[in-house]
Write a protein that binds this ligand. Sequence first.
Ligand code: PEP
Ligand code: MG
Length: 550
Amino acid sequence: MVVYDGKAVFEGIAIGKIYVYTKQEQSVKRVKVDDCEAEKKRYEKARETAMEQLQALYDKALKEVGESGAEIFEAHQFLVEDGDFIDSVENIIDTEGVNAEYAVATTGDNFFKMFSEMEDEYFRGRATDIKDITERLLNVLSGASGGGIASDEPVIVVADDLAPSETVQMDKDLILSFVTVHGSANSHTSILAKTMSIPALIGCPVPLSDEVNGCLAVVDGYEGKLYVEPDEDVLTAKKALLQKEEEKKNLLNQLKGKENITLDGQKINLYANIGNTKDLGLVLQNDAGGIGLFRSEFIYLGSDHYPTEEEQFAIYKQVAQTLAGKKVIIRTLDIGADKQADYFELPKEENPAMGLRAIRICLTRPEVFKTQLRAILRASAFGKISIMLPMIISVGEVKKIKAIVDEVKKELDADGLGYDQNIELGIMIETPAAVMVADELAEEVDFFSVGTNDLTQYTLAIDRQNQSLDEFYDSHHPAIMRMLQMIADAAHRHGAWAGICGELGADLSLTKEFLAMGYDELSVSPGRILPIRKTVLETNVAEYKKETGR
Ligand code: PEP
Ligand code: MG
C-alpha cells in the first residue's frame, strides 16, 4: 500500500481502479513499422477525414457567424493539405520506419517551432493553427474523439490538472473521483466534483504512470488521502465508511418534498447549479426547486465549433421541459480566463482573469451573443427560463445588453417565433464595481445572483486558479460578508430578488447568516440541497439575529 496526501475539495469515499489521464499530446508513442506504405495510406485517410470535419465546421460557422468566423476552418484545410507538411510526415515515416502518429506529432512540433520563431506577426499567429490541425490529425489517427476516458467501468481519474475543456469531454458516469497533482480548490474541476458529489483531491503528488494506472485505490475525501493498493484493514474500514455515507444519504432523502422554511416561517429557494444536461438527473434526485445557474459555456467548451442556434435551442428546451415549469436560470456565455475554446481564438493575455472574458466577449462579438440569446428566448416558450449575465461591472453594460435582447425579441417577432414576453433578466454580482453600484443595477434588473468565487477573487486580489494561494483565499473575509449584506439590501430596496450561486452558497456554516441577511435563494451543487434544507428547517432566524446582536 502507498498513501499520498492531497487537499480534499469534496468529502466522501471512492473505491475503484485508477485511470491515469494524460493529455492527448503526451500520449503519442513512437512505434516501428514494417509497412511504411500502409502508414502513409493511414495518414492520407486521416487527412481526408480531417478535411471533411473541417468542411462541416466551415459550413456551420458560415451559417452561424458569417464569413469572418468561418475563415479559420478554411485556413486549417489549407494547412492539412500543405505540401511541405505532407512531405515532412511522409519523409519521417519512410526514413525512420515509424507510425503515422509519431511522424505527424514530430512534424507538428517542428512546424510549430518554426512558425513561432518567425519575424512576421501573421506567420507567428499561424503556429497555434499548426497545433490545432496536428491534434485533429492525431485524434483521427487514434480514433479518439479528443479526450475522454477509455474504460468500461467507473474509475478514479488521476491527472496532472484538468482544464474545463477536458472534463467536459469525459463521460461522467465513469468517474468515481478526481485526483489531481495540481489545480486549485476554486478551479472548475473542484466545482465539477461538487456538482457530481464525488470526492476529489488536489495537490496530490501521485505519479502519473503505469506504477498506479489500473491499481485498486481508495480516495478519502475526509482525510485528503489516496490509498493505492490499500491493505485489507484500510479497505474494510473505508468500505464501512462508504456504507455509513449511504445511510446518511438515505436519512437526507426523507427531506425530499419538504418546503425550505425556517422554524419561524422564513422561506428560501434552494436551486441547483449545473454545467450540462447530464446533471439534470441529479437536480431532480436532490429535489431542487429549480436551476439557479446553468453554466452555458460548457456547451461551447464541449464543441469544436460555435454551437448553432438550433443546437443550443435543443439543449435549453430540454432543460426547460425537464424542469417542468420550475425556474431555469441560464447564465450566458462565460468563456475566457480558465475556460478556453480554441475556435474563439482568444488573444493570449497577461492577466486572463482580468481580460477578455464573459460579457466582454458577448459585447465585442454580438453575433455570437445574439445566437445564444435567440436560442434561450425560443426555449423560454417551453418552461420558465431566466437570463443571467456574468461579470457585469456597470449600468451601461446592462443597458447595452437590454437593447440587444430587445433587438433579438423583435427579430423573433418578425420570424413568428414564440418566447416568454416577461422573461426575467438578472445579473451576477462578481465584481467589487457591481457591489458599489448595486442600487443603480437593481433598478435595471429582476434579480442579482452573487458569484462568490469571482467576487472573492477580485475583492481579495487572489487568483482563484492559483493553488499556492489557497491559504489566503478567505471566503469568509469580513469584506465579503459585508458586501453580501449590501447586495441583498440593494436588491430589496428596488424590488429585485437576491441569491447566491457561487460556492459559498453551499457553505453550511453560513446558511443561518444568509437567511439573516435576507437572501431569497441559494443555488448550489445538487448534492448540497438536502443538507442545506436540513439546516434551514432547524433554524430560527429571529433567535439567530438576537444571538448575533442584529
Ligand atoms: C462565481 O464566480 O461564483 C460563479 C458562480 O461563476 P463561475 O464559478 O462559473 O465563474
Ligand atoms: Mg464567475
